[in-house]
Design a protein around this ligand. Structure first.
Ligand SMILES: *Cc1c(COP(=O)(O)O)cnc(C)c1O
Length: 374
């Protein structure tokens, strides 16, 4: 079945008790057992297993083409579970430009806990080969990356990881399973912040890890999910699953709008660079064309007038809301360097745009007015 169909049907079955077509929301934290303590219906306690979470996990695993999935309370909790499933002394190789929270997590929690971390430029395969030493157990990648949309060759990096017996995990939040299928490109794990495109409406926090194969390593992630308890709430699972129903169609709109806006922005004299993997001028265009079915709804721009011009443009936007996060139906704009703080490598002339589903002419007009008043 194609992804539009799986997005609507995977994990959902009409409720056996009522025939409800839309999944019921089960708020119960506990489930009735047999006299001998067994629970043949599969549920005993909310943290271990819950019907709304099972529906979401089945759907996510179907969308990514994996065998197993675990839903968490946030993308950050999902990411943490992957690192915690390693052992102290193991090495992780991660990109310099991973989501800033992932970098901070590695530096401030996982390194003190005992992981060895090497940061590398994942678009430079010679650098990746040098970084992936025999003690490496996990190679983390995120593509397109944040905020300059750099594109990593997933097949090549996964092969480098596998040469030393390491796992390869891909944060697929920005591309979504609609545009990029990391398992078919050789990855072992896929991670999502479902807060973004999967939820799609900027009203729910969530995350997930999906395993290409059921494995001992994935068992450990499940164990961390149950024992650590950072699980998604029933209503959050319900909202994310509802959001996923329209994901493939929303992605078509995000991609079409972002492509039009990127091409328009590239022609504006006040703009020095547009970072969008669908532009032939972008460094990742060739690889993105191979491994993605379209180029996504995220882009960033650098202004010729530096930080001052970037602040002024952000101040002049009316339709694009000045807010962090991404992947919702509404367009957002953000000065990333300010948000990322003092360790940032992001140029201060840069603005990141999450291109929403408004009419493209209105979005272009908003940018045009803001640029003309610089
Ligand atoms: C937002 C985001 C995260 C973190 O997810 P939360 O749900 O905010 O915890 C991780 N990776 C990427 C690429 C993100 O955009």
């Amino acid at each position: 079945m194609e992804i539009e169909t799986r997005a609507i049907h995977a994990g959902r079955n009409p409720d056996p008790a009522t025939g409800a077509v839309t999944p019921p929301l089960y708020l119960s934290t506990t489930f009735e057992r047999e006299a001998d303590g067994s629970y043949p219906r599969g549920y005993n306690y909310i943290r271990d297993r819950h019907p709304n979470r099972v529906m979401l996990e089945e759907c996510l695993q179907s969308l990514e083409g994996g065998e197993v999935a675990a839903a968490f309370a946030s993308g950050s909790a999902a990411t943490t579970s992957v690192f915690q499933a390693l052992n102290p002394g193991d090495r992780v190789v991660a990109p310099h430009d991973a989501y800033s929270g992932t970098g901070a997590l590695l530096r401030s929690l996982m390194q003190p806990w005992g992981l060895n971390v090497t940061f590398a430029d994942m678009t430079n395969l010679a650098e990746v080969k040098a970084a992936v030493t025999p003690d490496t157990r996990l190679v983390w990648l995120e593509t397109p990356s944040n905020p300059t949309l750099k594109v990593t060759d997933i097949c090549e990096v996964a092969a480098i990881a596998h040469r030393v017996g390491a796992l390869c995990a891909c944060d697929n939040t920005w591309a979504t399973p609609v545009l990029q299928q990391p398992f078919t490109l050789g990855c072992d794990l896929v991670v999502h912040s479902t807060t973004k495109y999967l939820g799609g409406h900027s009203d729910v926090l969530g995350g997930a890890v999906i395993g290409g194969k059921d494995s001992e390593f994935f068992e450990k992630i499940r164990h961390i999910q149950h024992l650590g308890g950072a699980v998604a709430s029933p209503f959050d699972c319900w909202l994310i699953l509802r959001g996923i129903s329209t994901l493939p169609y929303r992605m078509k709109g995000h991609c079409a709008n972002a492509a039009r806006l990127a091409a328009w922005l590239e022609r504006q004299p006040a703009i020095a660079r547009v970072h969008y993997p669908g532009l032939p001028s972008h460094s990742g265009y060739a690889i993105a064309t191979q491994q993605m079915s379209d180029f996504g709804g995220m882009l960033s721009i650098e202004l010729k007038g530096g930080k001052k011009a970037a602040f002024a443009m952000a101040a002049n936007m009316k339709l694009f809301r000045r807010a962090t996060s991404l992947g919702g139906v509404e367009s957002l704009i953000e000065h990333r360097a300010s948000v990322e703080g003092k360790n940032t490598r992001t140029p201060d002339s840069l603005l990141r745009l999450s291109v929403g589903l408004e009419n493209i002419n209105d979005l272009i007009e908003d940018c045009d007015r803001a640029l003309r008043s610089l």
